[in-house]
Write a protein that binds this ligand. Sequence first.
Ligand SMILES: FC(F)c1nnc(N2CCN(c3ncnc4sc(CC(F)(F)F)cc34)CC2)s1
Length: 492
Amino acid sequence: MVIADLLKTHFPLQNIQDVVELFRSELTRDGEPNLAILSIVLGAIENTLTVNRALPNEAECERTIEPIFPILELSTVEALHEKFVTLIKGSVDLSEFSEKFATRDIVKRISDTVWNTLTRSYYKDKAHIQSLYSYLTGCKLDCFGVALAVVVACQVMGYRDVHLALSEDHAWVIFGEHGQETAEVTWHGKGNEDKRGQPICLGVAEKSWLYLNGHPVKCSRHMEVAAMVSGINPSINATTDSLEMGSLQQELLWLLYDLGHLARYPMSLGNLGDLEEICPSPGRPPPLALFQQAIDVARRHYAGAHVYPHTYLGGYYYRQGLYSQALSCWADATQTIKRYNYTREDEEVYKEFMEINNELLPHICKMAAVGAVDGQRGFLSDPECYVNLLRLFDGICGWEEGSQTPVLHIGWAKNMIFCLSKFEAGVRGKIEVHAEGEEEEDEKDGSDTEIDSKPPSPLPPPPDITIKAPENDGPTPPPHANGGADEEKIRS
Ligand SMILES: FC(F)c1nnc(N2CCN(c3ncnc4sc(CC(F)(F)F)cc34)CC2)s1
């Protein structure tokens, strides 16, 4: 498959702007963006900027910093592209597969080709093995990278119906005339037999977070570009990121955002929010707006089935010291996971909630109890915080109910008791807990406001509990009642 002349005009790539213009050209051209070229380009640059990078020591830091952005020649990219096309076209007998739409057989065969050319054994969680560059130069791919490579190979074979499907911790493909077919093409986690070639059957998908109850992100070609940009890993080592690589990722995500290709992709909006928190772009929406947009997208287009939009925002509030707001987001997150049954393939989200319940929440309650953080003066006497703490624990317990594998152990319970006991006795008198479906008598004096897990549309399962907290006329003003001065103090 020849590389379009339009594409060639961008080479050699010498800086971030050259790469952004190449992506803009591919994303706005007639026909599809060339996924193979774009993945090779990102992988080659990431490799130069992060892999085996000698870092300047103190003394050298004083000296001028030599430019380290690699000059990427067309010949390098063309050679790797040619290698990929030859490998893929050489592995399947084209005559057998002449249909317009892919079949399970062709998808499995292409997955086998990628699978069988990987290094026999390597550290699967290694960084920088997510791109076609890693596959073509090191024969290594991570779980996401295998799925992406299969989709790129199908594009090379001319199958315009094969697309990437993404959950919050897994990837597979959809295909067929109406995109109605699904197939596993990669492995998941450790010690799980891969199910490559099999469809994702609803029975498995509907109750496990790994498959998001049938609400994965179904990518277009442009969203597949967004996925490879989201998959950029700027880390040089555990403590240092490549500023150039992070900046390239941020610029490309804004390009994709402006072209509308993040509009159905909550995690990429979260990625962009994280990058903006670290290095704000002038004239762009603040992180808060991006995290909030991700939550809205998940609610409107994915039936509120995604957990990460809530934990992205919760993590942001926590880092900003806005603990009441963080708690509210984390409660929304557990009220989301509550609709799933926990299975051993859900470890990643289990670790998220473990950190929230067993590290972050106890820390907040400890700090609030010693009054260490001004802004949290009201936290332990604020009925809304207590309500959200109960919603959070209810969600985790609801997740365990009906699951084959238990979620909670004594460590969870100890931390729950620790947090609950830090709240002032009076606050417990200010809330009402209603069992599911109990008739609501009208509020006579309107003194109670109902705190309810805002039901995402379409109708979710009814919440098990509805909890009420009084209006702001209670004796202790909510933590941010002083005109946000505290928040100013925290932020400054
Ligand atoms: F919840 C917040 F704290 C999170 N912070 N970072 C989070 N990540 C980082 C980015 N990330 C992602 N970001 C964009 N797209 C995808 S597709 C995918 C699943 C798999 F890798 F394809 F298997 C993961 C993922 C995974 C979740 S969640």
